[in-house]
Design a protein around this ligand. Structure first.
Ligand SMILES: Cc1cc2nc3c(=O)[nH]c(=O)nc-3n(C[C@H](O)[C@H](O)[C@H](O)COP(=O)(O)OP(=O)(O)OC[C@H]3O[C@@H](n4cnc5c(N)ncnc54)[C@H](O)[C@@H]3O)c2cc1C
Length: 369
């Protein structure tokens, strides 16, 4: 018998298992994939010696010192600071939109003070934006919207921005300085050696069964523990009884090259609609300190798609929110089950948020355990 059976070996499951084991509880983790790490799984490509993130690039960032210290107890981090460029109309711009982007786009030499006023003069009055397109235009004006947002959004969500609700974007970061560090978070970096050493340490001594789908023997797993910790998709848990929640996914196309450097940066966005991918990753740039140890390079093109087996980004339109609230009601009636993580909560969470949420969950249960 176990105190906990944890379904899923991503960050939520692994942190939860680590903490309850530390508190002296018996815990078993089951994972349907053939590896731990969830979507943060990364591996060293033997040919090039480059660490590849199988499910998309994962840059660690957090505003929370406690989470940063917690992660640093499992790995050393380098000093990577994320900067993104975007290819639009055959030119390369800095993202998110900042003073360099504005000056380059409009061929001007505005100061920070002038840029704010200049942008205001570009924005038409739209008192109540009715959709994503109108909302974006009300924030940055039609020219920047058409160049940087429209095509990318159509590719990402496979629909016209005029058909998406305005609430999808609450704000679009526009900086009137030359600050081009993508994340505002104080703490950021990439774990040396990738994410797997972290997961290996988190799950050290924890019973683990890979290639094991909870739903194939659901009653059996339930019979093994007082509490189930479920980190899979919420709609699947309830056998889709209120309908399927929609997700957007990504197909990755990997190419190895004998070149030293393909694009000079880890991520290049492609804003134009006619380019079928949204971005190209070149992961060797995440590890500047060991860049000379790699042989050639690897580039990964990202093609947004629908793939029910690989749910990545919650679509989260009104219809999804209505379905989700039914599942949340059902979940609150479920005894001895903890639901956590991005799939069970149908939320786009960054890693630090999932780690923080797992730690809080353990704290909540501490009296019981
Ligand atoms: C493309 C992409 C890029 C991202 N980039 C970043 C980034 O740069 N920085 C950042 O902070 N965050 C990023 N994220 C978010 C990050 O991936 C998540 O915050 C984190 O992985 C969530 O952890 P989790 O444990 O909730 O879910 P997951 O990592 O998905 O783990 C859930 C696990 O449960 C398993 N599972 C599901 N159902 C079952 C079942 N029935 N039986 C057994 N096992 C099951 C799954 O196989 C999976 O391994 C990105 C996400 C995506 C999609």
């Amino acid at each position: 018998m176990y105190d906990f059976v944890v379904v899923g070996a991503g960050f939520f499951g692994a942190v939860f298992a680590h903490e309850v084991q530390k508190a002296g509880k018996r815990v078993l983790v089951i994972e349907k994939r053939d590896h731990i790490g969830g979507n943060c799984y990364s591996y060293d490509d033997p040919e090039t010696n480059i660490n590849i993130h199988k499910y998309g690039p994962h840059i660690f960032h957090t505003p929370d010192k406690k989470i940063w210290d917690y992660m640093n107890s499992f790995a050393d981090f380098n000093h990577y600071q994320h900067r993104v460029l975007t290819n639009a109309g055959g030119r390369i711009y800095s993202m998110p939109i900042n003073l360099a982007t504005i000056n380059q786009f409009y061929n001007l030499t505005l100061t920070p003070g002038e840029a704010g006023e200049f942008l205001k003069s570009k924005i038409p009055a739209i008192p109540t934006p009715a959709n994503l397109e109108e909302k974006a235009i009300s924030l940055i004006g039609p020219e920047l919207y058409e160049t940087f947002i429209k095509g990318y959004t159509i590719k990402q969500w496979d629909c016209d921005p005029g058909d998406l609700p305005a609430e999808v974007i609450t704000r679009l970061p526009v900086r009137t300085s030359y600050d081009n560090i993508y994340y505002n978070d104080h703490y950021q970096g990439m774990p040396i050696g990738g994410y797997m050493p972290i997961f290996t340490k988190l799950l050290e001594g924890v019973s683990l069964e890979l290639k094991t789908d909870f739903f194939e023997k659901r009653d059996y797993w339930r019979s093994l523990a007082r509490t189930i910790v479920y980190t899979g998709p919420i709609d699947r848990y309830f056998d889709y009884r209120y309908g399927k929640l929609r997700w957007r996914s990504v197909r990755f196309e990997i190419e190895k090259m004998s070149l030293e450097d393909y694009q000079g940066v880890s991520i290049m966005n492609y804003a134009d609609q006619q380019v079928p991918y949204t971005r190209i990753l070149e992961p060797k740039h995440f590890y500047r300190e060991s860049i000379n140890l790699s042989r050639g390079t690897v580039v990964i093109r990202e093609y947004p798609c629908d793939d029910p087996d690989e749910p990545y980004y919650p679509v989260n339109l009104k219809a999804d929110q209505a379905i989700l609230s039914e599942y949340q009601k059902a979940q609150s009636q479920e005894k001895n089950v903890v639901f956590g993580g991005r799939l069970a909560e149908y939320k786009y969470y960054d890693m630090y948020q999932v780690i923080s949420s797992a730690l809080k969950q353990v704290e909540k249960l501490r009296e019981m355990i």
